[in-house]
Each structure stands twice: as structure tokens, then as C-alpha cells.
Design a protein around this ligand. Structure first.
Ligand code: AMP
Length: 407
């Protein structure tokens, strides 16, 4: 099935057009700076043909029209008629408690997404705009919503409740949701495949380490706990986000520095994490480079980053009651052998033995633990667009089957 995968942000639309039968990306691209007169469309076809166009694109509706137009383009496109787009898969950031899996988008689903805007005020509105634009430009094409939060929806209450008045959970839905769900699902399933074991028979810790970082404990196919919480601010140290924090710290800093709510929010989200501790960069490559040149603050940031991951390993191994595999993914997880080494050192007593040579190999799905390691350690590049395309194809195929059974 040919599926258009859309990821609509506040001022950008990223897309991939994927043939799910052979997993080939027929074309991919993005439109950045939507809302301005100098929006940039970048489009790349499977054969390497690339174009870049700059122009006025004032809203998501027009952006989607451009995406369809470029897919149809005589010189740079990959389809002759829009009916060749068989389905659209939308990345949706927050499904709240309403979605524990991907769903066919209907009017009711759109309404529920609108009701969940409060949970993700920055992310859900552009996701909805993308959906509404597709309804207009591709009215006969089935659409599926794939949620960042859905994979974690089976977490038990003991993992998702915070120690605050229960009333706040009931009234405002304040609880742990977790994010990066499509990534954790993809890499953990792939790890089971590489292990040659049934997904529903093994225990996995999945580490998504990119600009945003989260870790998940996956017990026989179910995410039973994860480090991101009510928002993506909780948990591991990230590029610019603080992760776990004593909740009284923001209150103390607000009083001391006379900061507003918005200012302290910006501090925790944009000026903390690797950037905040090092004062050098939020980029792990730059951090490691300066650390190796002797910058002590970069070293501190690196150590806090890795130590926190290790601490979560301990917690999640206990929560899982054992462990078969660890998976690393995301820009840092896939590329930084330094981070993987620091995180995995001295864990032999848990049956985790890193192979230093295999750890240096780059590219592709790979195993980096020793043959003797009881727990297998994998590096698996994440592919969220492919998961979205496959989920979409599955749901749309089921729909087609249902319809043909009825007729
Ligand atoms: P992502 O959000 O998944 O694109 O990941 C971005 C993060 O990956 C940034 O902190 C980058 O510095 C980091 N990253 C990318 N390539 C490398 C690399 N070769 N070594 C270390 N970190 C890397």
C-alpha cells in the first residue's frame, strides 16, 4: 500500500511517501517556516532527485496542497494521480487516555483530539490542522492517527500516578503518559526479531536518546513504565530539558530570581539539560569534543547524562523482574559509542557485557554485547515514519476487508 506519512508541527510539515509492501521510501521532504513568505519546501525522490523551493506558504492547508502537488509533479513527483495515495498516516503527539493504539480517523476521533488539546497545547493543534487539510484535499483517502503516547497507555496505575491529590488526576488528567511510543515500539519489536524470540515472551529496556530522551521498560510487549511523564520534560537529562527534578526547585528559583511562570518554563525546557550544565552546547558531538579537549563542565554534563540512564536501568530491571535485551536508538543512542560505553560499564553483575570492538561499529541494526552476555545489547536506528506507514496500512487493510465482507 502507498501511504503518505505526515508529521505536522507548529511551523513545519514533514512527509514521507512509503510503499509498505517493500518498505521503499518513494519520496520524502519537508516544508519549514510555514506562516511566512519565505517557507522552504525540500523534496527528495527515491532516485536522489532533489528540489528546494522557497515561497509564501501561510498555513498548513496550503502546505498540504504543496506536498500533494510535489508528489504529482511531472519532473520531480512519483505519482500521476492523487488516487495513488491510498492512505494517510498522521503522527499525533498526544492521544491522552483515549487511544491505546492507532485509529482510523473519523469525526469523533477529531473531536476527541480537540478535547485533548490542553494536554499538548503546542503539538496537537498543528496535528489537527494537518488532518483537517487532508480531509479537504484528499477527501476519499482513509486516514489513520498514530500516537506518541499510545504504546504507553497500558502502563499500570502504580507507574502512571503521581503522588499528588487524586482529584487532580480525575479533574485535569494529570498522570504519566510517556512519549516516543512509536520509536520504542519499533526498536523493541526489532530487537525481539534479531534475538529470534517472540515479542510477547521477553523483557526489554529501550533507550531513545536524541535531542529528547526517554527510556521504557517493556514487559512481553507492554510498556510498563517510561521516563517521560505528563509532558516530555520528565526523566532523563536531555539536550536542553532538565528531566527529573525536585518539584520545589522551580518555585525556589522563581522566588529568588523573580521569574514568571513562562520564564521558569523556558528555563526548564530550553536552558537546562546538557546545555544548562555545560554552558557549551546541547549537541552531544560538541559536548564530547570539548570534554576531550579538557572542558570540565562538558564532562560534568556528559556524566550526569549517562549516570541518569544507568540509574533508570537499575529501576527498570527491578520493575521488570529480569531483562533479556537493551536497545539504543535516537541520534545519540545510535551514534555515540562513548555514551553507550559509559552507560554500560560495570554492569557485568547484571549479566550485561559490552563488547568494546562491536560498540565501535557504525551503521545498521547491530548487536554490541559479547557472545557471553546474558542480556543482549542492540543498536537499532529508529524509523518512526515506517511504523506509522505500517500501522496505517494494517488498519486500512482491515477496513477494506470489513467493507468487502459487508458488500
Ligand atoms: P535526534 O534528536 O535523534 O536527531 O538526535 C540529536 C542528537 O544526536 C544530538 O545531541 C546530536 O549531537 C546527537 N548525535 C548525532 N550524531 C552523533 C554522533 N556521531 N555522536 C554523538 N552524538 C551524535
Amino acid at each position: 500500500m502507498k501511504v503518505l506519512v505526515l508529521n505536522c508541527g507548529s511551523s513545519s510539515v514533514k512527509y514521507q511517501f512509503i510503499n509498505t509492501e517493500n518498505k521503499l521510501v518513494l519520496s520524502k521532504g519537508s516544508i519549514e517556516s510555514i506562516g511566512s513568505s519565505s517557507a522552504i519546501l525540500t523534496h527528495q525522490r527515491y532516485d536522489g532527485d532533489t528540489i528546494k523551493i522557497t515561497g509564501e506558504i501561510l498555513d498548513h492547508d496550503l502546505a498540504i496542497e504543496y506536498v500533494i502537488a510535489v508528489l504529482l509533479s511531472k519532473n520531480h513527483g512519483v505519482i500521476k494521480d492523487r488516487s495513488e495515495i491510498e492512505a494517510v498516516g498522521h503522527r499525533v503527539v498526544h492521544g491522552g487516555e483515549d487511544f491505546s493504539g492507532s485509529v482510523l480517523i473519523t469525526d469523533t476521533v477529531i473531536q476527541t483530539l480537540r478535547e485533548n488539546i490542553e494536554l499538548a497545547p503546542l503539538h496537537n493543534p498543528p496535528n489537527i490542522k494537518g488532518i483537517v487539510a487532508c480531509l479537504k484535499h484528499l477527501p476519499d483517502v482513509p486516514m489513520v492517527g498514530v500516537f506518541d503516547t499510545a504504546f504507553h497507555q497500558k502502563m499500570p496505575p502504580r507507574a502512571f500516578l503521581y503522588g499528588i491529590p487524586y482529584l487532580l488526576y480525575k479533574r485535569y488528567k494529570i498522570r504519566r503518559y510517556g512519549f516516543h511510543g512509536t520509536s520504542h515500539l519499533y526498536v523493541s519489536k526489532r530487537a525481539a526479531e534479531l534475538l529470534g524470540k517472540a515479542y510477547d515472551s521477553i523483557k526489554i529496556i529501550s533507550c531513545h536518546l536524541g535531542n529528547g530522551c526517554s527510556i521504557a521498560a517493556i514487559d512481553r510487549g507492554i510498556s510498563i513504565d517510561t521516563s517521560m511523564g505528563f509532558t516530555p520534560l520528565e526523566g532523563l537529562l536531555m539536550g536542553t530539558r532538565c528531566g527529573d527534578l525536585d518539584p520545589s526547585i522551580p518555585l525556589h528559583v522563581m522566588a529568588k530570581e523573580d521569574l514568571t511562570l513562562a520564564e521558569v518554563n523556558t528555563m526548564l525546557n530550553k536552558h537546562s539539560g546538557l546545555m544548562g550544565i555545560s554552558g557549551v552546547s546541547n549537541d552531544m558531538r560538541e559536548l564530547i569534543k570539548t570534554m576531550n579537549e579538557g572542558n570540565e563542565r562538558s564532562r560534568l554534563a556528559f556524566e550526569v547524562f549517562c549516570y541518569r540512564i544507568k540509574k533508570y536501568f537499575g529501576a527498570y530491571i527491578a520493575a521488570l523482574g529480569g531483562l533479556d535485551a537493551i536497545v539504543f536508538t535516537g541520534g545519540i543512542g545510535e551514534n555515540s559509542f562513548e555514551v553507550r560505553k559509559e552507560v554500560l560499564t560495570n554492569l557485568e553483575f547484571l549479566g550485561i557485557e559490552l563488547d568494546d570492538e562491536k560498540n565501535l561499529i557504525q551503521n545498521g541494526d547491530r548487536i554490541i554485547s559479547k557472545d557471553s552476555s546474558k542480556v543482549k545489547v542492540f543498536v537499532i536506528p529508529t524509523n518512526e515514519e515506517l511504523v506509522i506507514a505500517l500501522e496505517t496500512a494494517q488498519i486500512v487493510s482491515e477496513l477494506r476487508k470489513e467493507m468487502s465482507n459487508k458488500s
